[in-house]
Design a protein around this ligand. Structure first.
Ligand code: NAP
Length: 489
């Protein structure tokens, strides 16, 4: 069956191009998918445009749109096992993590479905006269280009698809070329749930061949992109000539600040999860550990001991606690950052070389790595390696901790660990990031906005603002009894 979904029809790529997908854990072939090019992108945008301008979806009542999203949530729950398996084969991540993702994905559809069904009916503006009905309403933004990365393929897709459909917008989705399978699965579920033809379209392919033409097409109203900073800048530039709206969810170099009065065991445990979950391939990973001087030695030793115990393995290995990196090229990038850090004076405390275990030989594995004695000037501290690499810096005062935390072009997330509630609130309010955790790391809920300050992005996903990204605001002024204004008479 062909893999591109355009105007409600499954179709092959123009010119018959295909791409083979291999599991990053052992290189086994997972499948071969159609590879779209600019002609397919143009057809998909045309279908989404037509569905928006003439189709039923933008004119479907909000309550009905909400009900469709709830149906999709139920279908995701029905197909949880198969979709989780597909996600793990594409990404190499542990099956249990893909299963957690599937639960979050269903919850995301359920939340946006319920939110939009509750309807706001517009905001009435008081004009001081009963002769005018003045109202501010929300309308769908139009045709959306949704471009997503490979680390949480279906989750990042759900964060865009659910609010876009809730709003009544139509879209063309382009997932990462490395992880296409769950996007195909989602399109099938949307069709099964009864979404009208053309409201959802899928093109698979490379960034330059498929993503770039999407960002340039004048028929697209909004580009919602999740990915790296360099690509985000290109997307923003490509959207500029036609002044498309852009929503960008980019990278992070997220500080994890530990004061000496923190709960030691909890802080160590979460420092490991913060940095090494999914082998560090998490935008909000706590890759910069900032530890107060007098705790530094004991804390770093405990983190290093914990990092050494993390067992790597494939998606279906029940003893594995983390999986491989996504590709050979990505592992080489991580290796370059570690080498640069050491050359710039960092002290390697654990990890730092490919595993010797022959069972891991065919995968892109790289072990949890801790670099101590780091400084804010080092490239491994400043730039996102997007691998299992934790850098450790020390501070003495609260002022210093905040300054170090904010010494980055990013502003996605961060955490503070302390037993002093006042200090926790002070530091949380001063860290320039879209999400700050106190005595925790990583939790999020669909009700709360997610996104970045500074160069971590533009706009917000999830929460009511996540729906607003896919809406336009319109003011309607209605004079109930028409009469001449008399200005020129
Ligand atoms: P990426 O290389 O920037 O790619 C992201 C998406 O953009 C992929 O679908 C990619 O296609 C596509 N793309 C590449 N070049 C393009 C172009 N010129 N025009 C349009 N699209 C283009 O990022 P990644 O390596 O997949 O993902 C990792 C990054 O995502 C990290 O920086 C991470 O922090 C960030 N991220 C952020 C969040 C957040 O919520 N803020 C969440 C998850 C990930 P191909 O894959 O086919 O090249």
């Amino acid at each position: 069956m062909p893999d591109l979904f355009i105007g409600g029809t499954w179709t092959g790529a123009h010119g018959g191009r295909t791409r083979e997908i291999r599991c990053p854990a052992d290189g086994t072939p997972v499948g071969t998918v159609d590879e779209a090019g600019p002609e397919d992108v143009a057809a998909a945008v045309g279908a989404a445009r037509d569905a928006f301008d003439r189709g039923p979806w933008p004119r479907t009542p909000a309550a009905e749109r909400g009900r469709l999203l709830l149906r999709v949530a139920r279908l995701l729950e029905r197909d949880r096992a198969a979709l989780a398996r597909a996600e793990s084969l594409d990404t190499g991540k542990r099956l249990v993590e893909s299963e957690y993702d599937l639960d979050d994905i269903a919850a995301c559809f359920r939340w946006f479905g319920t939110l939009v069904a509750s309807g706001d009916g517009g905001r009435v503006v008081d004009t001081g006269t009963a002769e005018v009905d003045s109202r501010v309403v929300r309308e769908p933004v139009g045709v959306c280009a949704l471009i997503t990365p490979w680390n949480y393929p279906l989750l990042q897709t759900a964060w865009k698809v659910a609010p876009a459909l809730a709003a009544g917008s139509t879209f063309v989705l382009k997932p990462s070329e490395l992880t296409p399978h769950t996007a195909i699965g989602l399109m099938r579920l949307l069709a099964e749930a009864g979404l009208p033809d053309g409201a959802a379209n899928l093109v698979l392919g490379s960034g330059p061949g498929t993503g770039a033409p999407l960002t340039e097409d004048p028929r697209v109203d909004l580009v919602s992109f999740t990915g790296g900073l360099a690509t985000g800048r290109r997307v923003m530039a490509a959207a500029a000539p036609t002044v498309k709206k852009v929503a960008l969810e980019l990278g992070g170099k997220n500080p994890n600040i530990v004061f000496a009065d923190a709960d030691f065991d909890a802080a160590v445990d979460h420092a490991l999860t913060a940095a090494f979950l999914h082998s560090g391939q998490v935008c909000s990973a706590g890759t910069r550990l900032l530890v107060q001087d007098r705790l530094h030695q004991r804390f770093t030793e405990a983190v290093v001991a914990g990092a050494r115990r993390i067992r790597m393995g494939g998606p279906f290995d029940p003893d594995a606690r983390t999986g491989p990196l996504i590709s050979a090229a990505h592992r080489e990038k991580v290796e370059r950052y570690v080498a640069a850090g050491i050359a710039e004076g960092a002290r390697l405390r654990c990890g730092g070389h490919r595993p010797d275990d022959p069972a891991l030989r065919d995968g892109h594995f790289y072990p949890p790595t801790v670099l101590d004695a780091c400084t804010a000037a080092m490239s491994v501290v400043r730039e996102e390696s997007f691998g299992p690499v934790l850098t450790v810096e020390r501070f003495t005062t609260e002022e210093e901790a905040v300054a170090l935390a904010n010494d980055t072009e990013y502003g996605l997330a961060g955490a503070v660990w302390t037993g002093d509630g006042e200090r926790a609130r002070r530091v949380a309010s001063r860290v320039r990031a879209g999400t700050v955790w106190i005595n925790d790391f990583h939790p999020y809920v669909p009700q709360a906005e997610w996104g970045g300050m500074k160069q971590s992005g533009v706009g917000r996903e999830l929460g009511p603002s996540g729906l607003a990204e896919y809406q336009e605001t319109k003011h309607i002024w209605h004079r109930l009894t028409p009469r001449p204004g008399g200005w020129f008479s």
